[in-house]
Write a protein that binds this ligand. Structure first.
Ligand SMILES: [Zn+2]
Length: 419
């Protein structure tokens, strides 16, 4: 596959993934941090080893740092085969679940669109899993177990529609099986396709897993995005134990305000008052409690986050959950690297940054390979705004990065130089 064809395919799979998120009612969007062609020697029988090597490569890590990429996917034109079963393998992740050092995947470009394998591997990086073992499992009859024995609710799903349920489908995280067709959905018991629910509450709910993991993943790398929020706190409440959840957020400027909502079905949310959410009466064991957080920043941005709590609660007495948010944040107190202006640019562009207190800072322009092409600021700076012109000189046109670094903080912005 040539580079042009691969580029088009990457565009398509990113769109497919976001469409699948939207169609499955998952409030998550993936954005491209950057793309780069690399030399990579694929071992046809060693995709698991290859993804480990990918994660360990210093140049790949440097690209990830420069672009502040939360997740890394290698799109390959190679064909991988499982040495034991001779099954073709279309993709793999370093580790299932949100883990910053393991957030690497390899996906065969050729197969990435038709079977949604790109979205599938991304789903794994969010912690989504295959169907449970032995459910609609074509391998079982041959003595193989293609399913996933892991307990939990984050499994893929198969479903039937139509007259006499003759049409057979599977969601993105379900493994490919003959005579069934993939649909561009993640399992979600709140979503119906052709009058059929495409998930189950306690077993097949990729949507919840992806939604809950989103805040963790978005925080892997400080990014150039605006206000983001997520919820920190337990995902499990033992009998009689109150829970305590905290609002965590980045970017934007203060003052911040918070709205908390809760739900027992993940669908109908109720407003919790300003300081606590008081649970109603639960009559069944093993209920779920869903928490939603909405954060407003002083500069008019809004971010929301979701968290699912499994409550081991059986006797019907009310319980209480409370939270503590950092509510009195005065503005402006964030280290900020402003968008360059103008951008894209030809000869010069202006780059400004803000420090809430006096500290050491370094601002530099990097090329795609991570080499510094210009240091714009370096030293100890007073609190406040600072800026400098960046002159492109005889640099080639293309994508560059402007990076602000302080002792504890890094922020990167993209620069596009036009020739
Ligand atoms: Zn998989």
């Amino acid at each position: 596959m040539n580079w042009d064809g691969l580029n088009a395919r990457i565009d398509l799979v990113m769109g497919q993934t976001n469409d699948a998120f939207r169609g499955s009612a998952i409030p998550v969007t993936v954005e491209e941090a950057g793309r780069q062609e690399i030399d990579f020697q694929e071992n046809q029988f060693g995709i698991f080893n290859d993804v480990t090597m990918l994660a360990a490569r210093a140049d790949v890590q440097a690209l990830r740092d420069q672009t502040a990429a939360d997740l890394v996917v290698l799109m390959t034109d190679g064909d991988y085969t499982e040495p034991n079963t001779w099954d073709r393998i279309f993709g793999v992740v370093r580790l299932i679940g949100p883990s910053e050092p393991d957030a690497y995947a390899i996906v065969e470009a050729q197969e990435a669109t038709a079977s949604y394998t790109f979205a599938h591997e991304l789903g794994h990086l969010f912690g989504a899993r295959h169907q449970q073992s032995n459910i609609y499992n074509p391998c079982a009859q041959f003595g193989f177990d293609c399913g996933d024995d892991t307990p939990g609710d984050a499994h893929g799903y198969a479903f039937r529609t139509g007259w006499l349920n003759q049409q057979r489908w599977y969601t993105i995280m379900h493994q490919i099986r003959p005579n069934w067709s993939p649909r561009m959905y993640f399992s979600n018991p709140q979503v119906e396709v052709q009058n059929t629910t495409i998930g189950a509450w306690n077993t097949n709910n990729n949507a919840r897993q992806i939604r809950d993991a989103n805040g963790i993943i978005a925080d892997f790398r400080p990014t150039v995005q605006g206000l983001r929020a997520w919820i920190e706190g337990p995902g499990y409440l033992p009998l009689y134990q109150p829970g305590n959840w905290e609002a965590v957020y980045t970017c934007g400027t203060g003052p911040y305000s918070f709205e908390w909502y809760f739900s027992y079905d993940g669908f109908n949310y109720y407003y919790g008052d300003s300081r606590e959410i008081t649970g109603g009466t639960l009559y069944n064991c093993n209920e779920y409690l869903y928490i939603q957080l909405v954060v407003h920043s002083g500069d008019g941005q809004v971010a929301q986050a979701f968290h699912t709590v499994y409550t081991d609660y059986c006797d019907g007495a009310p319980y209480r959950v409370a939270y503590s948010g950092k509510e009195n944040v005065s503005a402006p107190n964030e280290i900020t690297l402003k968008d360059a202006y103008p951008n894209p640019f030809g000869q010069t562009t202006r780059i400004e940054f803000y420090l809430p207190e006096s500290q050491e800072a370094r601002v530099e322009v990097l090329d795609l390979t991570g080499h510094t092409v210009k240091v714009l600021a370096e030293g100890t700076y007073e609190a406040g705004w600072h800026g400098n012109e960046f002159s492109s000189g005889n640099l080639k046109g293309g994508l560059y990065f402007c990076r602000l670094k302080t002792r504890n903080y890094t922020q990167t912005k993209r620069l596009i130089l036009i020739r």
